[in-house]
Structures are given as structure tokens and as C-alpha cells.
Design a binder for this molecule. Structure first.
Ligand code: HAM
Length: 429
């Protein structure tokens, strides 16, 4: 065993699991482009202020979960990205993308870093895929990102996920609600835990998100933001719900749903899986019109988006038996060397096959023929190609089908043609 272990809260992904990741990623790429989203890749670290301004300095993420450091002794602090939305908006504003088109539909798959206490489904390095629709302020836009997210879940075959949705209104409505919450919780200062006392001052909405069972009843009796909304905000929310119903996307309105990031307004949503235990949120998002202004833009940029945690998605898929049939690729041909003096010739043949697009494996450790055959079977190769003195001198090669044990002799040219056809057939099948 190595004396080094992976850092707590990180995970190695081995080939079998990689195949599962690639499968999910391919569904994400296909569906994102079906809905007209294009991929964006942004840096893994950004200046720390971006997240302080963007996510909000009173949030848990900014307050205690960021990996920040100073690359230069006198330089500005930078932070490993704890989420993608702020970075995507920064990139779009920095490169002035709105001067070329009024709407940008972007998606991403990437690693994030949060200094949380690691547990099942909660890591310090994790991955998300997500999408951001920038430049449109209609309920149709937020409905579109929710629909894309739910479409991905459906395509992967996931069942029993719960979409909870709420509206957080506009800034003014939230301000009045904040005051009402402070007035409601203030007399219970003795009952509140330390975290909630702190939130009461800085960000009372976040008390609603408390997992403390002792506060459950108190929170249930708190005023609802919904009752502070004007007609325009209510109609906006109703329209989002209308689109979801029309698309047969079941949802549950949850008036207590507040998200862990401060940039949201109007619609906010979260998807949970009962398969996940304590960390049951598989994805979430909402509308965030004022993020651009927080980042220095002269005006709001209406925007909506979502992100889904890849690890939690894969845990749920695993529990629902949706990963069982995923195999990693197997070689079509295993080149078997009968006499080691011919190893270089065998290598040349393997190279020819690979150049012709035929997946080929070979033993590079000069092991016995028996060991090579064992390896070919272990890898589940479809064919074994024998390289012996006879093949070398006559230029005809013996190919064995490892399922039927049928053996055929080919010239090199005919062999390439036959294997090429088999490879194409395999891909089609
Ligand atoms: P979030 O709710 O913070 O939203 O994260 C989205 C998802 O990332 C969570 O539902 C969860 O599945 C996964 N996740 C978060 N933290 C961890 C962790 N420590 N370990 C494993 N998985 C984790 C956002 O990040 C927003 N940027 C979403 C968004 C996009 N809003 C608008 N656009």
C-alpha cells in the first residue's frame, strides 16, 4: 500500500466507473444541444471577490466552505470554484458577449470544491453538470432549464425524484419579508441555535433552511414569502407552474424552500432523491437576475439555470439498478504471439490494425501463449489473432473467434477488411 492516501473528501474514478461517467456526460451533451445550449469551459479558480459578491458573503459556501489561497505574496486571493454560475456570468460579462447576441444558452460539466464535512454524497471535490440561460426574463426561460434538467433525469431512467419549487419574489418583496421574519423570530431568541441567531441578523431567510429538529415547529409557523408578493410576481410563478404542468413534469410547491446561494429571485427549485439519505439534493437552481449587477454590470441581466451533482446522480442511478448494464469497451482483437522472436512482427501487425480503426490488444510482457490466451478471454476480446512462424513466412494469418472457436485464415489485406467489417457491425449493434 502506498504511504499516500487521496485527500479526505476526494475520490478516484477507475475505468469501470469512468464508463458510467462518460455515459451520463454523453446524455448531457446530447440533450443540452437538443435544447440549443452550447458548452462553456471556465477556469477552476477565480478571484475570491467574485464568489463573495456573487454567492453572498453570509452564505455557508462563502463563510466557511471556500478553498482560498494567495498565489503571490502580495497578490489577490483566489478561490477554487465552489460553483459555476458566478464564473459563467463573469466570463460572459468580461468578454462582452451581449454585444453580439442578446441571449446566451450555455452548459457545463466540471469539478467544484467546497470545504464541507465529507460524508456519503458530500465531497470536497465533486462534479456538476448544469446550464445557464442568460438574457431572458420570462417564465418560459426558467421553465426551459427545469425541463432540460428533468429530461436528462428521464433519459437516464431515474424514477421517484421530487421537484420542489418556490418563488422568492423580487428584491423589494424579499426585503419586506426579511423584516417580517426578523420580527417573527426575534422574540424566540432564546430558542434559536447559534447559527440561526447569526442568520437572524444577517440573512433571516436562511433560518428557514435549518435542519435543526428543535426549530421545526417554529419555522413551520413563520410568515410565508408568498404572502408578500405582488400580482406580477405571482403571475410569473403561476406561468412557470403552467409550463411544467403542460409538460407533465410533477412538482411540489414548497414555501420554505430557500437555496444556499443568495443570488436567486423569483423561481427557485430543488430536486431530491429519497435514495440519497441526509444529502438528498441531487440538483437545484432558479432565476438570478441581479447577479450581473453584483458583479459590476450597469444593469440586471435576467438569467436562469440549474446544476446537478454528478456523484449524487450516479449514486441514485446505482441504487435504481441503472448502471448494471454499462460495460467498458472490450478489444475486438487480441494478438497472440506464438514465438517470442516474432514479438516485433506482432507489434507491427497490432499497429496496422489500430491504424485501420480496429481495437487491438497485445501482451507486452513476453508471457506464455497460455497466459496470453487467458488475458484475451479475461478482456473478453472477440478474436485472437495468432502470429507464428508460419504466418510470418506465408503472410497468411489465423484468426479465432473466441465465442464460437471457429478459426479462419486470411491474407493481411483480407484480415483488415474482415475485421473492419466486424468493428463497424459491432458499433451498429
Ligand atoms: P447547489 O445547490 O449549491 O447549486 O449545487 C447543485 C448540486 O450540486 C447539489 O444539488 C448537489 O447535488 C451537488 N453538490 C453540492 N455540494 C456538493 C458536495 N459537497 N458534494 C457533492 N455534491 C454536491 C449550485 O451550485 C448553483 N450554481 C446551481 C445553479 C445554476 N443555479 C443557477 N444556475
Amino acid at each position: 500500500m502506498s504511504q499516500y492516501q487521496a485527500v479526505k473528501g476526494t475520490k478516484d474514478i477507475f475505468p469501470e466507473e469512468s464508463a458510467q461517467w462518460k455515459y451520463v456526460e454523453s446524455v448531457v451533451h446530447t440533450l443540452a444541444s437538443l435544447y440549443g445550449f452550447n458548452e462553456i469551459r471556465i477556469p477552476v479558480f477565480e478571484y475570491t471577490e467574485l464568489f463573495q459578491r456573487g454567492i453572498g458573503s453570509t452564505t455557508d459556501i462563502v463563510g466557511k466552505e471556500m478553498f482560498s489561497f494567495q498565489p503571490d505574496p502580495q497578490g489577490r486571493s483566489v478561490t477554487l470554484r465552489p460553483e459555476m454560475t458566478a464564473g459563467v456570468m463573469r466570463a460572459v460579462l468580461q468578454h462582452n458577449l451581449f454585444s453580439s447576441a442578446p441571449v446566451h444558452k450555455l452548459y457545463y460539466i466540471g469539478e467544484l470544491f467546497r470545504k464541507e464535512r465529507p460524508q456519503a454524497g458530500r465531497q470536497r471535490q465533486f462534479s456538476q453538470f448544469g446550464a445557464e440561460l442568460l438574457g431572458v426574463s420570462s417564465p418560459a426561460a426558467v421553465a426551459e432549464v427545469i425541463t432540460l434538467m428533468m429530461h436528462v433525469f428521464e433519459s437516464l431512467g431515474l424514477k421517484g425524484l421530487k421537484l420542489r419549487i418556490n418563488t422568492l419574489g423580487n428584491t423589494e418583496e424579499r426585503f419586506r419579508y426579511r423584516e417580517a421574519l426578523q420580527a417573527y423570530f426575534a422574540p424566540f431568541n432564546e430558542v434559536l441555535d447559534d447559527a440561526s441567531k447569526d442568520r437572524l441578523e444577517k440573512n433571516p431567510l436562511r433560518i428557514l433552511d435549518s435542519k435543526n429538529p428543535a426549530l421545526k415547529e417554529l419555522i413551520a409557523g413563520a410568515p410565508r414569502l408568498y404572502d408578500f408578493l405582488n400580482d406580477a410576481s405571482l403571475q410569473d410563478f403561476e406561468k412557470v407552474l403552467f409550463y411544467l404542468s403542460e409538460r407533465h413534469i410533477p412538482y411540489e410547491i414548497d414555501h420554505r424552500l430557500v437555496r444556499g446561494l443568495d443570488y436567486y429571485c423569483h423561481t427557485a427549485f430543488e430536486v431530491t432523491s429519497s435514495e440519497l439519505g441526509a444529502q438528498d439534493a441531487i440538483g437545484g437552481g432558479g432565476r438570478y437576475d441581479s447577479l450581473a449587477r453584483e458583479l459590476g454590470s450597469s444593469s440586471d441581466v435576467p438569467a436562469s439555470g440549474f446544476a446537478v451533482g454528478m456523484e449524487r446522480l450516479l449514486i441514485t442511478m446505482e441504487k435504481q439498478g441503472l448502471l448494471a448494464s454499462l460495460n467498458h469497451p472490450v478489444p475486438l482483437v487480441f494478438v497472440v504471439v506464438q514465438q517470442q522472436e516474432l514479438a516485433d512482427h506482432a507489434l507491427a501487425i497490432a499497429w496496422r490494425l489500430r491504424k485501420a480503426g480496429i481495437s487491438t490488444e497485445m501482451d507486452l510482457a513476453a508471457r506464455s501463449m497460455k497466459a496470453q490466451m487467458r488475458e484475451a478471454n479475461r478482456m473478453k476480446a472477440a478474436y485472437a489473432l495468432f502470429i507464428g512462424a508460419n504466418e510470418y513466412t506465408t503472410g497468411s494469418y489465423s484468426l479465432k473467434n473466441l465465442v464460437s472457436s471457429e478459426q479462419q485464415i486470411f491474407s493481411l489485406e483480407a484480415l483488415l477488411e474482415f475485421l473492419h467489417e466486424s468493428a463497424t457491425k459491432e458499433v451498429v449493434d
